[in-house]
Design a protein around this ligand. Structure first.
Ligand SMILES: [Zn+2]
Length: 252
C-alpha cells in the first residue's frame, strides 16, 4: 500500500479532464493506491483551483484533495467557501504556499486557517525550503506550531535542502509532521538526503509522510528512493501509508 500525500495536477495536458486521466494512469503505473491532490490558492490555475479539484475528484474514492488558500487572494470569500467544502467533507487538508507567496507561517493573518483546520480536524500544510525559504524557516514553523497547539502542521519538503536543520528545530513540536515530497528531486543530493532521513526517521517514525510532488517531480523516483532507505520495515510502512492515513484521516 502506497499513499502519495503530495500530488498536483500535471502540466502538458490541454485541459483538466486530461490532467486527471494522466494523474490516475500514472498512479496506477507507479503502484500508488491513494493520492492527495493539492489545489492552487489561485482562483484559476493550471494545477486546479479549490473548485476544480473538488469537482474533478469527487468520483474517485482513492484520490483526496487538499485546498490551497492565500491571505492575498480573495481571502474572506475563499475562507467561507473552504468552510462550506470542509463541512461537506471534501478536503482532507489546507495548504499555504509560504515562499511561493509572501506568507509567513507564523503570521497572525493565518489564524482563521488554523481555526478551520482545528474545527474540521484536518492538517495545515505549508511549503518550506527553496524559494523565499525565510517565510517558513524552522524557527517560524516552531512558533506557528506553539501558537496553534490544537492544529496539525505538515511541513512540505522539510526545508529542502536543509533537512537536518528542519528536523532538529522541529522535533520538539509534537504537532508538526514532515512531508517528504520533492526531497529526491536531485539525484546528486539523494545520498546525503538519505543519510539525514536514516538518522531522523527512527527517532520519530510516526511523523514522516511519503509524498512525491507529482506534477512537479518524478513520482517513480521518489518511491524508489524511499523504499531504498536503510530503516526498519515497520517504519517504512508508517512513512509510505500509515502516517498519512492517520494524519489526514483517510482509510487505507
Ligand atoms: Zn507541491
Amino acid at each position: 500500500m502506497i499513499i502519495d500525500a503530495h500530488m498536483h495536477l500535471p502540466s502538458g495536458e490541454p485541459d483538466l479532464d486530461s490532467k486527471k486521466r494522466r494523474l490516475l494512469s500514472d498512479m496506477r503505473a507507479n503502484g500508488v493506491d491513494i493520492g492527495i491532490v493539492i489545489s492552487d490558492s489561485e482562483l484559476e490555475s493550471t494545477i486546479g483551483s479549490m473548485d476544480d479539484c473538488t469537482e474533478l475528484f469527487s468520483d474517485c474514492p482513492n484520490v483526496f484533495a487538499a485546498a490551497g488558500i492565500s491571505p492575498y487572494i480573495n481571502y474572506r470569500k475563499q475562507l467561507e467557501k473552504l468552510k462550506k467544502y470542509l463541512t461537506l467533507g471534501f478536503f482532507v487538508g489546507i495548504k499555504l504556499y509560504c515562499g511561493h507567496e509572501p506568507i509567513y507561517i507564523d503570521d497572525g493573518d493565518l489564524k482563521p486557517v488554523f481555526r478551520l483546520a482545528a474545527e474540521f480536524d484536518v492538517p495545515v500544510l505549508f511549503h518550506s525550503g527553496w524559494d523565499n525559504a525565510q517565510c517558513a524557516a524552522p524557527e517560524r514553523a516552531k512558533a506557528a506550531a506553539a501558537a496553534n497547539p490544537e492544529a496539525r502542521l505538515v511541513c512540505c519538503h522539510c526545508y529542502y535542502p536543509k533537512l537536518a536543520k528542519c528536523f532538529e528545530t522541529l522535533k520538539s513540536c509534537p504537532n508538526v509532521y514532515f512531508d517528504l515530497s520533492s526531497v529526491a528531486d536531485d539525484p546528486e543530493k539523494c545520498p546525503s538526503v538519505a543519510q539525514v532521513l536514516e538518522r531522523y526517521i527512527p527517532e520519530m517514525p510516526e511523523r514522516f509522510i511519503f509524498g512525491s510532488d507529482y506534477g512537479c517531480c518524478d513520482q517513480r523516483r521518489h518511491i524508489d528512493f524511499i523504499k531504498k532507505l536503510d530503516i526498519p520495515s515497520d517504519y517504512l510502512q508508517d512513512v509510505i501509508h500509515g502516517n498519512a492515513a492517520r494524519i489526514y484521516n483517510i482509510s487505507s
